[in-house]
Ligand binder design. Structure first.
Ligand code: DQA
Length: 145
């Protein structure tokens, strides 16, 4: 099974970006880890990151057409992008929402709302990069509930 792991804005700077919040694992290391976890789970994993919202929307539209399961960390777009809400609504295969930090416990009120959650079969937050492994495991089980 093919799985897309899609990352939104600023996540390309993982390891350098506020490591006290997001950890010291670099984006390159995260990509390698996701590919390794994918191999262990028998998944064909492709990891992407963009700082351009339209590019993420194009990827999600293609995933909808191809019925590809998605692991999504949409970064700050999570909290306010209605276009992202609409794109996630169209997905036909399961979507798992991931955040490195525990957004529900962070002090900024805006992080407590997600446009992705209504469309996700699971939300994994606050587990750092291990959350991506949990999300891939969740998709490899194949159940929707
Ligand atoms: C994040 C949390 C978001 O609030 C933030 O804007 C990010 C990263 C996380 O992985 O914890 O860019 O999605």
């Amino acid at each position: 099974m093919r799985v897309l792991v899609l990352n939104g804005p600023n996540l390309g700077r993982l390891g350098r970006r506020q490591p006290e919040i997001y950890g010291s694992t670099t984006y390159g290391e995260l990509v390698a880890l996701c590919e390794q976890w994918g191999r262990e789970l028998g998944l064909e994993v492709e990891v992407r990151q963009t700082n351009h919202e339209g590019e993420l929307l194009d990827w999600l539209n293609a995933a909808a057409d191809d019925e590809t399961p998605v692991v999504l960390n949409a970064g700050a777009w999570t909290h306010y992008s209605l276009a992202l809400y609409d794109a996630c609504a169209q997905l036909a295969a399961p979507l798992v929402e991931v955040h490195l930090s525990d957004v529900s416990r962070r002090p900024e009120e805006f992080r407590h709302h997600s446009v992705v959650t209504p469309h996700a079969v699971a939300v994994i937050a606050g587990r750092g990069v291990d959350g991506y492994r949990d999300a891939l495991e969740r998709l490899s089980r194949g159940d929707r509930g």
